[in-house]
Write a protein that binds this ligand. Sequence first.
Ligand code: ME8
Length: 517
Amino acid sequence: MSDETFYITTPIYYINDVPHLGNAYPTVVSDFIARFRRLQGRRVFFLTGTDEHGVRIARTAESKGLAPRDWADQIVPRWHDAWKALDISYDDFIRTTEQRHEGPVQQFVQALYDKDEIYLGSYEGLYCVGCEAFKQPDELVDGKCPLHGIEPEVVEEDNYFFRLSKYRDRLIELYETDERFVMPEVRRNEVLGKVKQGLQDLSISRVSFDWGIPIPWDPKHVIYVWVDALQNYITAAGYGSDDERFNRVWPADIHLIGKDIVWFHAVIWPALLMALDLPLPRTVFAHGFLLVGGEKMSKSRATGISPHDLIETFGSDGYRYYFLREVSFGQDGTFSWESMVARYNSDLANDLGNLAARVLTMIGRYLGGVIPQPPEAPELTAADDALVATFRDSVADMGRAVDNIAPHEALKAAWRFVRKANAYVEEVTPWTLAKDDQQSRRLEVVLYNLAESLRLISLMVSAATPRAAQELWGRLGLEGPLEDTRLTADGAWGGLSGGLRVRTGDPLWPRLDAATG
Ligand code: ME8
């Protein structure tokens, strides 16, 4: 199992604009999970990218007076920049306009056609350009798409259709037998209910515009942007270009997406894969929306805030930590400046920042800055045992929470240990021990335990706050990138060697004033 590649994906984003907090959200969460799996020693493939075809992008480019391709080439670097600023450790970034994607997508669609999974028909429907999808009249509110607040356009054209309706029973069986296929459960039930009501065949080509991948046997049609986009998950893994790699990497373990695009991922995508007898992704996890003042944040509404605006104040770590910890993953979350400052101050500046500062300062002051030798078992007291027990429980809880795709629970578990270490300081009062010569070995033991706690905490928080974790690691006198460490090998209590020289320094997270910004 552990030799298998752990494959996680974000949605590939529309490039009608630069990234906003909503797009950064699944990207940060995927990065956290990818980093945590690497820490557990897994081979990881973490994919993100951009969705560049379709009417929406064609119109955006037109409004800028540019060809779609030129617009794409101009804006994609801004997406790279945002992910760099957030320390996103993706292994690959796919663009749907790349040859490595377009060729295999044509192969895929041709294979469907050859198997008679596709036929020519005509369609009349209401198309929402924001969703890049046809809408049923009962999905509209006051004649408008509830997600985009715009009236869909009437489209009537000859289209190729995929025989989606044929897969209804197999899909129902999938949702009913595999409870991890669509998560969380509320989304699985929604999808199950909707599919039970019936499935219509899916229009998979368009003729009225040409910004897309041509249908290989009838190039005046372009492939429907969603059918094109979904395939990024397999083309980046080697489908149609590198079979050996594809077999090794695919299926994805997690497609992390927002709840707005569950239908495409949990219904259309598995049906397309079933049609070609390809393995299905293991889990489609749909997270909730980030809301500002009660409204969904989006590129087309004025509530879009740039990640850069927040990174300036909170740093990449503070940004990542807030969204990972504050929102119950899977539910909607409300972003506010005040809650971000409060979370930063309480968890980062106070709990962890103070612990690090106190421990490093005491090692400096009482032990000349050198980590003492590890204690032998008989030297340990009940207080020490309780500290170690909390470490073991919280690291195990963290692993379970990541398995359940619950980053907020994972960090809650890590912080239980951070708070326990602070409570231990209060309990063993090293400053009292320092006044008593008889207690010099006891002082060494407790400061060893605290330094070891800091080492393990750097490991545990490194997937969420990689910069501070690396800094803390270095201040403990440990060398090398934290990214090369493994929980399996380095995550056992007692792994810290005596004799290392620690370094104090500026606060890891200076406290923020509530009025900042
Ligand atoms: O749908 N809160 O791209 P997209 C939380 N290209 N998450 C949000 C959000 C918000 N307010 N707004 C957006 C597309 N998101 C397609 C995907 S995948 C094969 C193709 C996140 O640019 C959320 O994860 O509209 C959502 O699913 C994704 O951004 C959609 O980004």
